[in-house]
Design a protein around this ligand. Structure first.
Ligand SMILES: Cc1cc2nc3c(=O)[nH]c(=O)nc-3n(C[C@H](O)[C@H](O)[C@H](O)COP(=O)(O)O)c2cc1C
Length: 145
């Protein structure tokens, strides 16, 4: 069965990368130019931290994520969004993940703080495995009508 790849952004502190690398599936770092400028070949999931910048728009979406989502091919094939954040940011908690999900009409599949706990990793693996199965079924289903 196809394992839905996770495209993530992680800054130099590497918290999201530490989480992503424990998911036991293909994960691609959008901090790398090669991945940031690529186009997907099937369904994929976004994993993004939120970074409050203090600019007037209170924008929290990392530039690399924005760049990757500027491709219509990538936007269309995105099936869900996951977020890493920090509750200390109050009303801005998980803002990037939630905003992208709302704007693209895709579900928030999973949220965790910082690099996540071992429980978070285990639960996220389950969520993604369920997604793999649902996508495989959808792919095999005969077209109605
Ligand atoms: C300058 C700065 C701004 C941040 N802004 C937010 C925020 O608005 N909302 C949130 O939930 N987390 C916020 N965070 C927390 C990060 O999203 C969180 O620590 C994440 O795990 C960082 O991932 P990374 O180390 O892979 O870049 C902020 C962290 C920093 C350092």
């Amino acid at each position: 069965m196809r394992q839905t790849p996770v495209y993530y952004y992680s800054s130099t502190s590497g918290l999201v990368r530490a989480f992503a690398e424990r998911l036991e599936r293909p994960v691609l770092n959008l901090a790398e130019r090669e991945h940031r400028l690529s186009e997907v070949d099937g369904p994929w999931v976004l994993l993004t931290p939120s970074y409050k910048t203090g600019n007037p728009a209170n924008d929290t979406i990392p530039e690399a994520v924005r760049r990757f989502l500027s491709s219509p091919v990538n936007r269309r094939a995105m099936v869900g969004v996951m977020g890493s954040g920090n509750r200390n940011f109050g009303t801005h908690y998980q803002m990037a993940c939630r905003e992208i999900a709302a704007r693209s009409h895709r579900p928030v599949l999973f949220e965790f703080e910082l690099a996540g706990t071992p429980w978070d990793v285990a639960r996220c693996r389950e969520v993604l495995a369920e997604l793999d199965e649902a996508l495989a079924l959808a792919h095999d289903a005969p077209v109605a009508g």
